[in-house]
Design a protein around this ligand. Structure first.
Ligand SMILES: Nc1nc2c(ncn2[C@@H]2O[C@H](COP(=O)(O)OP(=O)(O)O)[C@@H](O)[C@H]2O)c(=O)[nH]1
Ligand SMILES: Nc1ncnc2c1ncn2[C@@H]1O[C@H](COP(=O)(O)OP(=O)(O)O)[C@@H](O)[C@H]1O
Length: 189
């Protein structure tokens, strides 16, 4: 089977996880690419399901082994990365990896797999909407909220680097748009 890959990226809080999870539940052809990360697990997160949680030393070791398709220091000294072994695991199951990563990581993975990739940028309707969504999600402190919003302004300037931009205004509408893009890419009716 051809090794296709779908990359969804967005500023934090734009809704990409919500959209990706919904799509994964509906399309068995896809599998979530579980990233490695050095941040603390949140209360509802499970190692090996949400992330492969690692210490910084373990992450450095993987970098030295050239084990990553891409990695970035995303927030506050925390590393996140896509393991090559994770993509291979999904391809060997005859599924297509759905990669949910930050904008810089998405650009580098796109560079690597550009011939087989569909890249989608989820755009929030506005910075104010982002602030509201992140506050309501209840996962951020004032400092981490400010950090995410500053990064979002920067990331929004890269939206045109991706194959498709989907504005997440009304969730259901944005979701349908993403689903149709994925179906087109996979030649599914
Ligand atoms: N470059 C890169 N970024 C990642 C990876 N996995 C997750 N991220 C990004 O890291 C950021 C922070 O993730 P997280 O702390 O879980 O917050 P959330 O996505 O806002 O819920 C998000 O923008 C993710 O898209 C990865 O493997 N590589
Ligand atoms: N279209 C939308 N309108 C309002 N709230 C939304 C919409 N899409 C997602 N959300 C909410 O915004 C918050 C951030 O979404 P999430 O999927 O966690 O974003 P990301 O993965 O991009 O950081 C969540 O609480 C989610 O329920």
């Amino acid at each position: 089977m051809e090794k296709k890959i779908i990359i969804v990226t967005a500023p934090s809080g734009a809704g990409k996880t919500t959209i990706v999870k919904k799509l994964l539940a509906e399309m068995p052809q896809l599998a979530f690419s579980i990233s490695a990360a050095t941040r603390e697990a949140r209360a509802n997160e499970v190692d090996g399901r949400d992330y492969y949680f690692m210490t910084t030393d373990e992450f450095h070791q993987k970098i030295d082994e050239n084990a990553f398709a891409e990695y970035e220091m995303v927030y506050a000294g925390k590393y996140y990365g896509t393991l090559k072994s994770e993509l291979e695991r999904i391809w060997s199951n005859d599924q297509i990896p759905m990669v949910d990563i930050d904008v810089k990581g998405a650009l580098s993975i796109k560079e690597k797999y550009h011939q087989e990739a569909l890249t989608i940028f989820i755009q929030p309707p506005s910075i104010d909407a982002l602030r509201e969504r992140l506050s309501e999600r209840g996962t951020e402190t004032q400092a981490s909220l400010d950090e995410r919003l500053a990064k979002a302004r920067y990331e929004l300037s890269f939206s045109h680097e991706f194959d498709k931009i989907v504005v997440n205004d009304v969730l259901e509408r944005a979701y349908e748009e993403v689903k149709n893009l994925v179906k087109d890419f996979l030649n599914i009716k």
